[in-house]
Design a protein around this ligand. Structure first.
Ligand code: FES
Length: 109
């Protein structure tokens, strides 16, 4: 696992790959930080689990075309970068580095 000893990034085990299926994101709390995990086949994405537009959890939204749709007002965020793809949200959500260590999903904080 490269980068695991970086000063700026701590890699923390967040979940097991089996906990996560395509089209069914999960919300977890890692060291007090709410994180939404998404899976698209072999790819895993981690975003802040809080829409930047309002009080909604992205882990309760819908995955479509590499984006997550906010369940409240349907803003779209890019799963890989957290960028806004469609409003009403304006601010991107924080995207976390994520990697697999065996069957463990590990998030960089
Ligand atoms: Fe997410 Fe409004 S709370 S789009």
């Amino acid at each position: 696992m490269s980068g695991s000893h970086s000063d700026t990034l701590r890699w923390v085990r967040a979940a097991c790959l089996d906990d996560l299926s395509d089209d069914d994101p999960i919300g977890i709390v890692v060291e007090g930080i709410e994180i939404a995990l998404f899976r698209d086949g072999d790819r895993i994405f981690a975003l802040s689990d809080r829409c930047t537009h309002g009080d909604a959890k992205l882990s309760e939204g819908y995955v479509e075309d590499g984006c997550i749709e906010c369940p409240l007002h349907q803003a779209l965020f890019d799963l890989a970068t957290g960028e806004v793809r469609r409003g009403p949200a304006v601010e991107p959500v924080r995207a976390f580095n994520v990697q697999l260590d065996g069957d463990d999903i590990v998030v960089g904080l």
